[in-house]
Design a protein around this ligand. Structure first.
Ligand code: IMP
Ligand code: MG
Length: 429
């Protein structure tokens, strides 16, 4: 039954604002689909609404690889403007580093990147504090400490840079960093980039221009809805788009959730379907699962329908499946359909759970997750390459069975499947 597979074109029709977010712990391959959407649609703005340079995706400029952390994906779309909106935290040194290396590679984004005056700035001391983290396994980029200052109302926003005397008076530490880092000498450049991005986005919507919201991280790293405390300090779920940009919630026309064909996670925190030893190494090598920001080997595991169903209920039931080709060589492709609790009896979600109980709804509490093991359904693999496949019908039957089972278990509909990083390696109806 291909009723789980719906037409992306159909879903996009008449949709002015489209978001791509990740329905797990990030690293699902948002970049590839964003690039694809930019190639088929006339998007004038690509907007980052949360997170900072903890994000990372790899792009190719000629023969050189550039890792993009903060710059929205407009590098190859000269018509598009990139916006780093108020929900983001910005390491300006790093942003300049990225823009400078792009310029060296022949891509000059001057006047094409705008930075919200209300975005909070990451300074050296934020990175230093973050660098002492051993519990969460952060990216060490100062993200948590910057958002902490934001919540404590002691942070520095981009607009604060334009009154140096006041900055010196109210934020001496930051002022010292700003002078010491040499950023003060690039104040004019910062000023040129800074905008009231809420106003810009509102105007673009009013002008009937098409907009793409580019998610970062993933739903289960959301500070409110994720696996606290093992998560990031922002709201990567689709809800973060409204607060992170300042547009009304009902101005988001379509949300596409990225779902990788297997599970990965970077950093600490429970991962119920995690593989270990050789099984993990094999998938990690085939799929090249190493962090784009930190280079850390990613934790890999079986598809977790419990986690994805929950994440899709947070983000979107319109999903894009990625990296299906990475499973091409496996005899069996297990799917986790439920968890078994194996801890001591405890209260959870208004009832008692005890050893041997089956849990069907994702329990986001660390104290429960730590004691869960996966109930696996073994699906037969397809054992043939899919990277040349260009239509759904050409996919091996077992591969179709696999993705349709995923959609069934997670209560989602598939809008596209990618079987490689190239633009052509996208299967849509
Ligand atoms: P932080 O965002 O650097 O504070 O890191 C908090 C947690 O989120 C750590 O487990 C990181 O590995 C994870 N994380 C942050 N950004 C990303 C991302 O872009 N992809 C995947 N994991 C991320
Ligand atoms: Mg990434």
């Amino acid at each position: 039954m291909d009723s789980y597979f719906t037409s992306l074109e159909g879903r996009l029709e008449g949709k002015q604002t489209v978001a791509v977010v990740d329905n797990l712990w990030g690293d699902g391959g948002k970049g590839g689909w964003i690039d694809y959407l930019l190639s088929i649609g006339d998007y004038s703005n690509v907007i980052r609404f949360g997170g900072g340079n903890n994000a990372g995706h790899t792009i190719k400029v000629g023969d050189t690889e550039i890792i993009s952390h903060l710059v929205p994906s407009v590098q190859f779309n000269p018509g598009a403007i990139g916006i780093i909106a108020n929900g983001c935290v910005v390491d300006i040194e790093d942003l300049f580093g990225e823009l400078d290396s792009l310029r060296k590679g022949g891509i000059d984004l001057t006047e094409r990147i705008f930075l919200s005056g209300a975005a909070h700035i990451t300074a050296e001391y934020h990175r230093v504090i973050d660098g002492t983290d051993t519990k969460i396994g952060t990216t060490g980029r100062g993200i948590g400490p910057t958002y902490s200052n934001k919540a404590a109302r002691t942070g520095v926003r981009v607009n604060d840079l334009f009154d140096i005397e006041r900055l010196k008076r109210d934020h001496k530490n930051f002022y010292d960093y700003f002078i010491g880092s040499g950023l003060v000498e690039r104040l004019d450049e910062i000023h040129m980039m800074t905008a009231d991005t809420q106003k810009m986005i509102t105007a673009a919507i009013k002008d009937d221009r098409n907009i793409l919201f580019e998610g970062a991280q993933g739903a289960l790293l959301d500070i409110d809805h994720g696996t606290y405390p093992f998560l990031t300090s922002s709201n990567p779920t689709s809800g973060g788009i409204a607060t992170g940009t300042g547009i009304p919630v009902d101005n988001i026309d379509l949300i596409l959730g990225i779902v990788k064909a297997y599970a990965t996670r970077v950093g600490e925190g429970s991962m119920v379907t995690e593989y270990h030893g050789e099984q993990a190494d094999e998938l990690r090598e085939i799929a090249n699962e190493y962090g784009a920001t930190t280079g850390r080997p990613r934790r890999v595991g079986a598809f977790d329908a419990v986690a994805i169903k929950y994440a899709s209920s947070l983000n979107s039931k319109d999903i894009l499946i990625t990296k299906l080709d990475c499973l091409d060589t496996f005899e069996n492709v297990p799917i986790c359909t439920a968890y078994t609790y194996n801890g001591t009896p405890t209260r959870y979600d208004g009832q008692w759970v005890s050893e041997g109980n089956q849990i069907d709804h994702f329990p986001r509490e660390a104290r429960i997750l730590e004691h869960c093991s996966p109930v696996l359904e073994d699906m037969p693999g397809w054992n043939e390459p899919t990277t040349e496949v260009r239509s759904y019908g050409e996919l091996p039957q077992n591969a179709r069975n696999y993705v349709e089972r995923i959609a069934e278990l997670t209560d989602t509909q598939i809008c596209g499947i990618s079987i490689g990083p190239e633009r052509e390696q996208k299967i849509v109806k």
